[in-house]
Design a protein around this ligand. Structure first.
Ligand code: NAD
Length: 485
């Protein structure tokens, strides 16, 4: 049991303004695994005031980037020292298989922290150059108080993807995790405080949508960094637009994997599968549409069904588990509803479609493959966020590219075939922010990641991810003056 009775606000664990709590229920056992106070509007106001004070008057934005980087390095080290514990905590919150979680939910955040710590010494915050009319200093300064809002599916990863660059930039942060995953957020606050983060720089306000809206609209917030659904992203983008507040949005996806006509299924499917049913299918970058050449359609679907049949479904904490339960009962309802919709639309379930046999508790859905799917069907257009794949036939390469692009989303995608040059030529035609050519690596933390179209605005990771938290100031200098930078 991991229970908190206080909120981390302004660098201290303080009495919450109300007695309302979030109970965290294990998706595997349906039992209580922890609790934490639910932040209210008054707690958010307090957190924003602390962040404002720390930004306007505190040491953090005025410290050298290398000093801020040292805090990130220490935090990475602390996470590395508790990999198993944190991975199990997250699995208990949202059902991620612990073996996958060790890498993606825990190791990856340490890599992100280390990467941004490294930028502390290599990134040029100040650049002096000869402008057209005289010398110029371009200074990159922290954007201010940041509201960081995340979903539950890769909670620590997404928090660190925002906090690492925001903190390196010198921003102060009010972080609102999702109600399902407040415990690892509190753990991150403990880790960062122990790593030496000054008071006021970070507050954590576990809360739902309404309190989140209050945070987004708060006049003390300069920038909103949001990851979540495209529905919420549109609303947040509109609210920020009305106030001319800086905003970046990482949203949903419905990514397509194109299997070219010469694809070798034996080597390709094992490469593709971890990104197709990733994190129980609860991943924005999942390759949920599998595009197969029409004349090899049966061969592809048969091979895919065998891959899915071999997946081990079970307790998220069992190291052998490959597919765990969905985050909550309502998420299982949602996924089961889509499975019904797919059948009503005329698609056929080739494997799965129900609940796994022999498991009598937990919010499990069988990994499911739909065949005879047309890309216009709702199961091919809408984000299901569960272990459900749709196999869609195509006629030729141009048709595959057309189908892949026929989506309101544009987050990720992949192409597999014998010829890398041909794969790269396909990659260049796909309207998504990230892509894989004969690869199984969807995100490189040193390179930009984000969405085209309804999948988002802005790019996290790499130097782009840091720039999201910087304002640029051009200072015109007198001729002959070269400042020390
Ligand atoms: P969601 O949009 O419902 O909620 C995400 C977070 O935003 C939660 O903390 C929620 O409380 C908060 N929120 C919701 N509406 C808000 C509002 N109007 N104002 C302020 N805060 C608000 O998303 P979800 O269903 O919990 O998460 C799954 C979604 O996240 C999927 O669409 C998935 O694709 C997306 N996602 C995207 C990425 C990415 O990097 N592009 C990564 C992970 C998840």
């Amino acid at each position: 049991m991991t229970s908190y009775d206080r909120l981390f606000i302004g660098g201290d664990w303080v009495e919450p303004s109300s007695s309302s709590i979030f109970e965290v229920i294990s998706p595997t056992t349906e039992e209580l695994v922890g609790s934490t106070p639910e932040a209210q509007v008054a707690d958010v106001d307090r957190a924003v005031a602390a962040a404002r004070q720390a930004f306007d008057h505190g040491p953090w934005p005025r410290m050298a980037p290398a000093e801020r980087a040292a805090v990130l390095s220490k935090a990475a080290e602390a996470i590395r020292n508790d990999m198993q514990g944190i991975s199990e905590l997250i699995s208990n919150e949202m059902g991620s298989p612990v073996s996958w979680g060790l890498l993606a939910q825990v190791l990856a955040p340490t890599m992100i922290l280390d990467y941004y710590a490294g930028l502390g010494s290599s990134f040029s915050f100040d650049t002096v150059k000869d402008g057209l009319l005289g010398p110029v200093l371009v200074a990159k300064e922290p954007v201010g108080v940041v509201a960081a809002i995340t979903p539950w599916n890769v909670p620590l990863f997404l928090a660190v993807a925002k906090l690492s660059p925001a903190l390196l930039a010198g921003c102060t942060v009010v972080f609102k995790p999702a109600p399902e995953t407040p415990l690892d957020a509190n753990r991150l606050a403990e880790i960062l405080a122990e790593a030496g983060l000054p008071k006021g720089v970070l507050s954590v306000v576990p809360a739902g949508r309404e309190v989140g809206e209050h945070l987004v609209n708060h006049p003390g917030v300069d920038k909103v960094s949001f990851t979540g659904s495209s529905v919420a992203g549109r609303k947040i983008g509109a609210a920020c637009g009305a106030n001319l507040k800086r905003v970046s949005l990482e949203l949903g996806g419905k990514s397509a994997a194109i299997l070219l006509d010469d694809v070798d299924l034996e080597t390709t499917l094992p490469l593709m599968m971890p990104n197709a049913i990733m994190n129980n299918g609860e991943a924005c970058i999942s390759l949920t549409r599998i595009l197969a050449p029409r004349d090899r359609y049966t061969e592809v679907t048969d091979a895919l069904v065998e891959q899915v049949r071999a997946l081990k479904v079970g307790d998220a904490l069992d190291p052998a588990t490959e597919v765990g339960p969905l985050v909550a009962e309502r998420q299982r309802d949602r996924v089961e509803n889509y499975i019904r919709i797919g059948q009503e639309e005329g698609a056929k379930v080739a494997i799965g479609g129900g609940r796994p046999e022999g498991i009598d508790r937990g919010w499990f859905v069988e990994p499911t493959v739909f065949v005879d799917v047309d890309n216009s069907m709702r199961i091919a257009q809408e984000e299901i966020f569960g272990p459900v794949l749709s196999v869609i036939p195509y006629d030729d390469e141009a048709d595959a590219v057309r189908i892949a692009n026929d989506s309101e989303y544009g987050l990720c995608g992949a192409v597999y075939g014998q010829d890398n040059d041909r794969g790269l030529a396909v990659a260049r035609q796909i309207r998504t922010g990230t892509y894989m050519v004969n690869s199984n690596i969807p995100i490189d933390f040193s390179s930009p990641f984000g969405g085209y179209k309804a999948s988002g605005v802005g790019r996290e990771f790499g130097e782009d991810g840091l720039e999201l938290f910087l304002e640029k100031k051009t200072i015109n200098l007198p001729a002959g003056y070269t400042p020390a930078v």
